[in-house]
Design a protein around this ligand. Structure first.
Ligand SMILES: Cc1cc2nc3c(=O)[nH]c(=O)nc-3n(C[C@H](O)[C@H](O)[C@H](O)COP(=O)(O)O)c2cc1C
Length: 254
């Protein structure tokens, strides 16, 4: 739990718990407090040998969303086995004034239309998307030695869809959406804690509505690339490109 000066709960782990967690990780790496990872000569040698079933034109579906569905299902299986904690985590990259920026969001829907995520429309990503709708997505399913990349444009999802999803969120996440003007500068953790407490008071005993400036984006891809790691860095890469109502498919060198 992370508690501010006023004692209000902001997230789900205490400073001690978080500090303890990181201290234990450092202990496992046998690095003293304050030591830098770049002191480790092992970084040059840090790599895995990748492997997996080959991604073949003869067996891969003609529709990239069908392939995405089956890889997402594999990612959920890996979650069940405790090796892939967040199968729906994806990085979304935006670009304005020739400066790309990227951050992780959670995939909340995928259909033949595209990939949907939810956020604050006034956040940095929201303001960048209002200037340039082009994005890149990246799913890093590392324990499966797989990645998926997509490029395309974003559309706002309907207000009804945003409200419907918002209504399913845990109450503390709903309150958090009201408390946080995402990406704005704040003076202190206490300011955030106070804003959360204010949201709790404001909606005491009533359902928390979806803020006007909060909602979804759907990424409509024009390309989707599937990457399956293979031994000797001879990885499989199949890229699907939209062509009229269908898709073309090409193999890329790794
Ligand atoms: C695993 C993970 C999942 C996240 N999911 C979301 C999400 O679904 N929506 C969101 O707005 N931010 C999410 N975040 C936070 C974003 O990465 C980012 O910090 C935030 O959206 C502000 O980004 P911006 O300033 O570029 O707009 C997530 C972060 C992590 C690490």
């Amino acid at each position: 739990m992370c508690t501010g000066a006023s004692g209000g709960v902001v997230s789900s782990a205490s400073d001690d718990e978080v500090g303890g967690f990181h201290a234990r990780l450092r202990e496992q790496l046998q690095k003293p407090e304050g030591a830098r990872l770049t002191d480790m000569p092992e970084l040059y040698g840090e790599r895995l040998d990748y492997q997996g079933d080959h991604l073949l034109e003869s067996t891969a579906p003609a529709d990239p969303f069908a392939l995405f569905d089956s890889w997402l299902a594999d990612a959920f299986l890996a979650k069940e086995q405790g090796v892939l904690p967040e199968p729906t985590a994806m990085v979304v990259a935006t670009c304005v004034d020739d400066q790309p920026s990227a951050r992780t969001v959670l995939l909340k829907n995928v259909s033949d239309d595209g990939f949907t995520f939810f956020t604050n429309y006034n956040s940095r990503k929201g303001s960048e998307l209002s200037r340039n709708r082009r994005v890149a997505l990246h799913f890093g399913w590392y324990p499966l030695h797989r990645q998926v990349r997509a490029e395309g444009i974003t559309q706002l999802v309907s207000r009804a869809e945003s409200e419907a999803y918002f209504a399913t969120r845990p109450r503390d996440s709903q309150l958090g959406a009201w408390a946080s003007e995402q990406s704005s500068t704040i003076a202190s953790l206490e300011e955030l804690t106070n804003a959360y407490a204010e949201a709790e008071r404001r909606f005491d005993g009533v359902a928390v509505p979806c803020p006007e400036d909060w909602g979804g984006y759907r990424v409509i891809p024009s390309t989707i690339e599937f990457w399956q790691g293979q031994p000797s860095r001879m990885h499989d890469r199949l890229v699907y490109r939209r062509a009229g109502l269908g898709w073309t498919r090409t193999r890329l060198a790794p």
